[in-house]
Design a protein around this ligand. Structure first.
Ligand code: SAM
Ligand code: SF4
Length: 329
């Protein structure tokens, strides 16, 4: 079991398959992109499946989410998903993606056994998309969403980050769009995880602000809190339900006390928190010939030292040196 010193047990593994991306969302990375990890440093598909297998078969991981960077850029994705689903006991397997390429890949991924997908969509306006993500790809994202739905990867979940003065006027429109199509929308507060270190608290659209805006247009009532469990989203029924909307107040309403996550970076480092400032190197150990037992032990030790919370409000808070795209969001 992956238990930390506060008694929390990690069962949800987020795996970054690549730090590369075909968008440049300004809350994540600069327009010119980043120095991508050199290929030899990336875990191979074989290594990913071995480590995920150790997590699932020995360490109690029950959910595996593939992310990045942009996971659809990873050529072996369908194979990796199929091999993950085949582990015993079979974990829930999901994907967080910007949706570009999903129009082509949704059906093969569903066939490989993928259970669910989260697609990031911050705007419905082509010009705003270009401004926010520095690429003219909104149509591809919307096609990807529709393909995920058609492939049965339901409920299709949508993630939105609102930025002041850029897309914060779109909360109601985004929810309307998702309600019409049966997608489940979650707004995420912007976190200090961008490579440019440009996050400013005063520019962040808070969970409170989002809820005030939504409540002007929709009737929101608390969904059953028992359902939330360790999930970061506070869920609300929209206009009496069954449709729901989620708000993830990572900064203003932290949920660290219920956290059940652990992360594996694309270069094989275990991070016990998005905001951790240290990592444990499984790739180096694995390539030096470590056994599954030894890797499991290293992983367990890495989780044991997890801090109580992310401490964004603490004056001593330090933004992690790796951006979200490299950690795996
Ligand atoms: N490229 C994929 C995507 O965009 O969905 C997967 C990786 S991305 C890092 C995962 C999620 O993190 C996305 O929903 C994205 O909106 C979110 N994200 C990225 N940077 C963020 C930040 N600074 N604060 C809050 N969420 C962020
Ligand atoms: Fe790429 Fe996702 Fe980061 Fe946007 S949030 S730049 S899509 S990794």
């Amino acid at each position: 079991m992956l238990q930390d010193s506060f008694g929390r047990v990690a069962t949800d593994l987020r795996v970054s398959l690549t730090d590369r991306c075909n968008l440049r969302c300004s809350y994540c990375m600069p327009p010119e992109g980043l120095d991508w990890l050199p290929k030899p440093e990336l875990l191979t598909a074989e290594e990913i499946v071995r480590l995920v297998g150790i997590g699932v078969e020995r360490l109690g991981i029950t959910e595996v989410r593939y992310t990045g960077g942009e996971p659809l850029l990873r050529r072996e994705l369908v194979e990796i998903v199929a091999r993950t689903v085949a582990l015993a006991p079979a974990p829930q397997v999901s994907l967080t993606t910007n949706g570009i390429g999903l129009a082509r890949l949704a059906a093969p991924l569903a066939e490989a056994g993928l259970h669910r997908v989260n697609v990031s969509l911050d705007t419905l306006d082509r010009e705003t998309f270009k401004k926010l993500a520095h690429r003219d790809r909104l149509a591809d994202v919307l096609d990807g969403l529709a393909a995920a739905d058609a492939a049965g990867l339901r409920p299709v979940k949508v993630n939105s980050v609102l930025m002041r003065g850029i897309n914060d006027h779109e909360a109601v429109g985004l929810l309307g769009y998702c309600l019409e199509r049966g997608y489940e929308l979650r707004f995420i507060e912007q976190m200090p995880l961008d490579a440019q270190h440009g996050w400013r608290r005063e520019n962040m659209i808070t969970a409170d602000e989002i809820l005030v805006t939504l409540k002007d247009a929709f009737d929101l009532t608390d969904a059953d809190p028992a359902e939330r469990g360790s999930a970061p989203a506070e869920l609300f029924l929209v206009d009496g339900g069954p449709a729901r909307v989620g708000v993830i107040g990572s900064v203003t309403r932290p949920f660290c006390g219920a956290c059940d996550r652990v992360r594996l970076t694309a270069d094989g480092q275990i991070r016990n928190c998005l905001f951790a400032t240290d990592e444990s190197d499984l790739r180096g150990a694995m390539r030096a010939g470590a056994s599954d037992d030894e890797l499991a032990e290293r992983w367990t030790a890495a989780v044991r030292t997890k801090k109580a919370g992310h401490g964004i409000d603490d004056p001593s808070f330090l933004q992690p040196s790796r951006p979200m795209s490299a950690i795996g969001g």
